[in-house]
Design a protein around this ligand. Structure first.
Ligand code: SAH
Length: 304
């Protein structure tokens, strides 16, 4: 493991699908994820607030108001009808996308994320490839965005913050993420840790993440379809565990699958949520620390 971020694309050899047994289907969830801190930041900077959990559609400070030049998908700038597509200029698009991503990372740093490895990882992952084409212009705004099935791609700030808190400057060998969603945070984690495992309970999202990650070729990331509340005992213990969905408490199985000295970061709560850092200090001893307020989609049992 090294602090140096991996650069994408990386060879993909092992995005696997070890399906678990189907469990009862639960209703869809409907709370989009935002961080309250981001709302405060937006208010300060007079940008459209991320109200009622809806992603803002206003460009962030320093962001282009139009979509031109943003490399949403290779080949066609968003907003340009296919019949009027100018000759592809992928190099320029890539450069613009890189610059916009750097601006996003600078805003994340301004909000307090200091870990250089985390900031570099956020810079390395092309977030626009994890949202649908129509939302690509908003991909580098520091906001959560819908990914279908009433779920959201996490806001870059909260992704950075959670990884920073979990890492605390340490080398991470094995990390587990609960809630793959579109695969964005998993890709960021793969730049930071030696081996990353990520579980998603909604089958179409698990498939979406696989499709999103395939072109990036991330050899140290394994995706699983199943109920993340049960963890992944066959790969435990983990140096770090991150939950991308909020439960009323941290599932016991996940605490048990944490290595001694390992750290788990999770949103906890229902309407009012906060980030919780749990450190396993001994075989039967965990220390809890409450961090900032946050707003995540709910953690649900079973698979869909
Ligand atoms: N990590 C994603 C965020 C996805 S939103 C990103 O990078 O943007 C949270 C995800 O957690 C949703 O896709 C939701 O389906 C999933 N989730 C909720 N409960 C779960 C559970 N018990 N097991 C696995 N995934 C779960």
């Amino acid at each position: 493991m090294t602090d140096k971020p991996r650069n994408f694309p990386l060879p993909l050899s092992s995005v696997t699908d070890k399906g678990q047994k189907k469990q009862p289907v639960f209703g869809p969830v409907a709370t989009p994820q935002t961080a309250t801190r981001n709302a405060a930041y937006n208010a300060l900077h007079n940008t459209a607030p991320n109200t009622a959990g809806k992603p803002t559609h206003a460009p962030a400070p320093g962001m282009p108001a139009s979509t031109h030049g943003l490399n949403a998908r290779p080949g066609r700038p968003v907003g340009v009808p296919p019949e009027r597509v100018p000759p592809a200029a992928p190099r320029q698009d890539a450069l613009v996308s890189g610059a916009v991503r750097r601006a996003m990372v600078a805003r994340v740093a301004q909000q307090g994320v200091r870990d250089r490895a985390v900031l570099s990882a956020l810079e390395a992952v092309p977030r626009h490839l994890f949202v649908e084409e129509g939302l690509a212009p908003q991909a580098y705004i520091d906001a959560s965005l819908p990914i279908g099935h009433h779920q959201t791609i996490s806001q870059p700030y909260i992704v950075g913050r959670m990884i920073e808190v979990m890492r605390q400057g340490a080398t991470l060998q094995r990390v587990l993420e609960i809630g793959t969603g579109c695969g964005y945070q998993a890709a960021v984690l793969a730049c930071i840790a030696q081996d990353v495992y990520s579980i998603e309970r909604i089958k179409p999202l698990h498939e979406l993440a696989k499709a999103n990650l395939r072109p990036l070729r991330v050899p140290n990331l394994r995706l699983h379809y199943g109920d993340g509340m049960l963890g992944l005992p066959q790969a435990a213990p983990f140096d770090g565990i991150i939950l991308a969905a909020a439960g009323l408490e941290v599932p016991r199985a996940l605490l048990e699958q944490l290595a001694i000295g390992g750290r788990l970061v999770a949103p906890v709560g229902e309407r009012s949520q906060h980030l919780e850092l749990v450190t396993r200090v001994a075989k039967s001893e965990w220390q809890r620390q409450m961090l900032e307020d946050c707003h995540f989609v709910p953690l649900r049992p079973g698979t869909v």
